[in-house]
Design a protein around this ligand. Structure first.
Ligand SMILES: [Zn+2]
Length: 260
C-alpha cells in the first residue's frame, strides 16, 4: 500500500466511524424523545383520569361531596332507579325511623315506577337528577349532556315533585362538557364522601355495608347507598346503619338541608 492510499483508507475508516457514531446518536435521541413523549402522555392520561374520578372537584360549577360542620348531621342518599318492586323495602325503614333521604333517580326509570316515585314524594324525601340513562359522562358532547339531564328534570317534575333538584353524575364521573353545562345552568353537583361498593358485581354482606358506612361517617357526611334492583343486602343494611348512627348522636337531613 502506498502512503497516499493508506491515508485514504484511514480517512474512509474515520468517515465510517463518524457516520455510525452519528447514527447511534440519532437513535439515542429518538429513544429519549419517545420515552419523554410516553411519560408526558402517561402523566396527561393520569391527570385526566384524576379529573374524571375525583369526587371533590370539577373544572366548572359548584360541587359538594361533604359539608364542613361540627354538628352531628348527615345526609343519606340513594342512587339509581327507583324500582316499584323495592319501594317498600327501602321506604318503610326510613318511615319507621322518621329519616328523610335524597334519591338520585334515572329518568328512564321514573315513568315506569310511578308508585315508588309517588311514595318518595309523599314521604317528604328529596329527589335529585342522576341522568336519563346512567351513562358515563366524561367523554360526551354538549348535546348528550343536555339530552341526559333535561328530559330527566322533566320526568321528575311531571310526577308533581317541586322541591330542590341537584345533580349527581353516574359513577361521580365528569370532565369538561358536563361541568360547563352545570355551571352555565347554575346547577349544584352533589357527590358523596361515604360509600361502600354495594353496587359491585360481587354483592357485599349487609354487615360489611353497615360497618363501612358507620365507620366512615363524620359530621357533614353525604352517605351513598344503592338499594334498588333487588339489592337486598343493601336494603337490609339501611335500618341498622341509621340506628347505629343515631346512637352516636347523628341526625339525618336531606342534601339541600345539609348544604343549607
Ligand atoms: Zn348511579
Amino acid at each position: 500500500m502506498t502512503t497516499t492510499s493508506a491515508i485514504a483508507s484511514i480517512d474512509t475508516m474515520s468517515h465510517n466511524s463518524a457516520a455510525s457514531a452519528s447514527r447511534r446518536s440519532r437513535r439515542r435521541h429518538l429513544l429519549v424523545g419517545t420515552a419523554i413523549t410516553l411519560v408526558v402522555l402517561f402523566v396527561f392520561a393520569y391527570g385526566v383520569k384524576r379529573v374524571i374520578q375525583t369526587r371533590s372537584w370539577q373544572v366548572a360549577g359548584e360541587l359538594i361531596s361533604q359539608v364542613e360542620t361540627d354538628e352531628r348531621v348527615v345526609a343519606l342518599t340513594f342512587d339509581d332507579g327507583p324500582t316499584d318492586s323495592d319501594a317498600d323495602a327501602v321506604l318503610d325503614v326510613l318511615a319507621d325511623r322518621g329519616v328523610p333521604a335524597t334519591f338520585y333517580v334515572n329518568g328512564k326509570d321514573v315513568e315506569g315506577n310511578a308508585s315508588a316515585m309517588r311514595r318518595i314524594i309523599e314521604d317528604g324525601h328529596e329527589i335529585g337528577n342522576h341522568t336519563w340513562s346512567h351513562r358515563r359522562m366524561a367523554f360526551v358532547s354538549p348535546t348528550t349532556v343536555a339530552e341526559e339531564i333535561e328530559p330527566t328534570d322533566d320526568a321528575i317534575r311531571a310526577t308533581g315533585y317541586d322541591g330542590p333538584l341537584t345533580f349527581r353524575p353516574p359513577h361521580g364521573q365528569k370532565l369538561l362538557t358536563l361541568p360547563l353545562y352545570l355551571a352555565k345552568h347554575d346547577r349544584l353537583t352533589v357527590t358523596w364522601d361515604v360509600a361502600y361498593e354495594d353496587w359491585s358485581g360481587n354483592p357485599q354482606s349487609s354487615d360489611d355495608i353497615i360497618d363501612a358506612t358507620v365507620e366512615n361517617t363524620q359530621p357533614g357526611s353525604i352517605i351513598l347507598l344503592h338499594p334498588w334492583f333487588g339489592r337486598t343486602n343493601t336494603q337490609k343494611a339501611i335500618g341498622p346503619a341509621i340506628d347505629r348512627l343515631k346512637d352516636q348522636g347523628y341526625r339525618f337531613v336531606t342534601v339541600s338541608e345539609l348544604i343549607g
